[in-house]
Design a protein around this ligand. Sequence first.
Ligand SMILES: [Zn+2]
Length: 393
Amino acid sequence: MRTLITGIGEVVSGDIAAPLIDADSIAIVDGRIEAIGHGLDGEADVVIDAHGSTVLPGLIDSHAHPVVGDFTPRQRTLDFIESSLHGGVTTMVSAGEPHLPGRPKDVVGLKALAIAIARAYATFRPAGVKVRAGAPILEHGLVEADFAEMAAGGVRLIGEIGLGSVKSGADAAPMVAWGRAHGMVSTFHTGGPSIPGSSAIGSDAVLEANPDIAGHINGGTTSLSEADIDRLVTADSGIALELVHCGNGRTALFALQRAADVGALRRVILGNDAPSGTGVIPLGILRLIAHLASLGDVAPETIVAMATGNTARVHGMDTGVLAAGRAADLCIADAPIGSVASTVLAALANGDIPGISMVLIDGVPVIGRSRNTAPAARVDEIVKGPAVGGGGH
Ligand SMILES: [Zn+2]
């Protein structure tokens, strides 16, 4: 199965070291990118003319709270993952499943829950979206053998530390290390509490525990202080710095600027932190990209890399970067009709949310024109191959 995308105006790579690719066409074979270049042709089963649109990697939401299937008990909403797909999200990472009514907090129960959720989403892709979930909330009493058992059961994440009884750096540090030894990527909640029963967590606890990700350093929803953010950004650590949509917009810009100042932009990753008390926000990642790209001092293509390649690196994923051999998860988009801008990057720099006209996952078009973004000015066209359903308006 070979797919060709031709007539591309701009290619955004998702690789923060080289965020733009000089190319007008992409070839995909059996779900993986074969080549990115100029004038690619040859036999293809599907040919898509981008008509001058921009191609960018499918977005990775580093901070979601799924529970089961495409339903969130928190907001009693169905198909929120499918709605996020219409906002360009092709991969969603769970930061924990605390919204399960009656969530078990004993060791046996939390292990069983994490393994069940990890396996369910490994089997089921809502609307085609890749969901990495099964992220246990740490509670007192866990020992290394529990992490080995969860990892053997398919668990690759540790959910937001601090939502359960393990809150201090000293308590979390050994568990983070056990998880890491067994291949699990950990996130520490920071800032004020998001749900009753959790508590404020500052930079001291995070640096002592040394997780892979400092969760929503701009708040989820209540932000760390600027001093705490500064400490996390400037610390000599490899801890990823997560900014989320459902946080504080001002401190997100502060964190971005500090990361730029000290050369730490490759550590910045973007999440939505939805579903949450803030709601279900299908365009959350695009909104955060537009916020940072229009009000901050960092180029839009670099911000896109924070929502794609940077997150893929933290989680060891084969998506998020447009390069030969990577999974062909990508969005075709353009400036929205009526924008003062005429390209995706110019629209983002202006604060406008691009219009998505197609999303492909593993090389397969899963939606045509997004039902959630404003309509794209230029729309791709399938010149060979089956039509794909869109959302329309
Ligand atoms: Zn949180």
